[in-house]
Design a binder for this molecule. Structure first.
Ligand SMILES: NC(=O)c1ccc[n+]([C@@H]2O[C@H](COP(=O)([O-])OP(=O)(O)OC[C@H]3O[C@@H](n4cnc5c(N)ncnc54)[C@H](O)[C@@H]3O)[C@@H](O)[C@H]2O)c1
Length: 257
């Protein structure tokens, strides 16, 4: 893929939840665009495999096992970038869990788990990233929202509200920190064929959900992690220098209906 511009050359970037799915595709794309990486996840073996592969292709990459919902882990992810590369330019707040459940089946524990990872984890990593970016008065954050973070959907009673947190945090932080040179945007993917989505047919209601949601994407198919990572990379880069507070659908036209 030599046709990809080195838009992120030298930039110090933290990507959370980067062992699988969209985070992994983003790590691979950022590496090809010349970024210096800190990759974090709770899945140590998969994270190390990715880190070693990217390092052997010549990328600067550090891996750090940690839970974004834990304040000390979230801080360590950001500190690793500062300590290794002297600064933080980009955070991709991607780590998330994606439960499929109607409210009548959801438990308090389901709600707490998705709010802890997708909600508090995003809050914590954004908070520590902005504190780090203030030392250079520059930086770019890309949060992972979703079509479920901008519109209602069947079976998303816990996940959807957590993704509204992502959309809301993006807009509020964008306004709060624009004057300090820090941009905050989000992507709102439609349904993307990641490892998580591949597991859906094995869950109650998952096959029905998948076949129905695929038809609802006007483009007539699900998206790929690479199609999301291309949008993340653009928003993270200086090419998006006048874009902040945007929640960009990457959804095959889903939200345009
Ligand atoms: N796949 C989709 O259809 C889709 C659509 C819209 C938005 N998203 C969002 O994209 C992001 C990635 O989703 P995905 O489909 O690639 O999921 P995935 O399950 O394939 O990957 C998520 C990654 O996050 C990691 N993770 C989970 N909990 C963590 C924690 N507490 N701390 C650190 N890492 C943790 C997992 O180990 C995994 O590597 C999520 O925020 C999700 O909400 C996904």
């Amino acid at each position: 893929m030599n046709d990809i511009p080195e838009r992120l050359a030298g930039k110090s970037c933290v990507i959370t939840g980067s062992a699988h799915g969209i985070g992994k595709a983003t790590a691979e794309r950022f590496a090809r665009e010349g970024a210096r990486l800190v990759l974090s996840d709770v899945d140590t073996p998969a994270l190390q495999e990715l880190g070693q592969r990217l390092a052997s292709s010549g990328s600067d990459v550090h891996t750090i096992t940690g839970d974004v919902a834990d304040p000390s882990d979230a801080r360590r992810m950001i500190d690793r970038a500062k300590n290794s590369y002297g600064r933080l330019d980009v955070l991709v707040a991607n780590a998330g869990v994606l439960p499929l459940t109607r409210i009548t089946d959801a438990t308090v524990e389901d709600w707490d788990q998705v709010m802890a990872v997708d909600g508090r984890g995003m809050f914590l990593t954004c908070k520590y990233a902005i504190e780090a970016m203030l030392s250079t008065h520059s930086g770019s954050i890309v949060c992972l929202s979703s079509i479920s973070g901008l519109a209602g959907q069947d079976g998303q009673s816990t996940y959807g509200p957590a993704k509204f947190v992502a959309s809301g945090l993006t807009m509020h932080l964008a306004v709060e920190w624009a004057k300090h040179g820090i941009r905050v945007n989000a992507v709102a993917p439609g349904t993307i064929k990641t490892e998580r989505v591949d597991r859906l047919p094995h869950e109650p209601g998952g096959s029905e959900y998948l076949s129905e949601i695929e038809q609802r994407h006007p483009i007539g198919r699900l998206g790929s992690p690479e199609e999301v990572s291309a949008a993340i990379s653009f928003l993270a880069s200086d090419e998006a220098s006048f874009i902040t507070g945007a929640v960009l659908p990457v959804d095959g036209g889903y939200l345009a209906q």
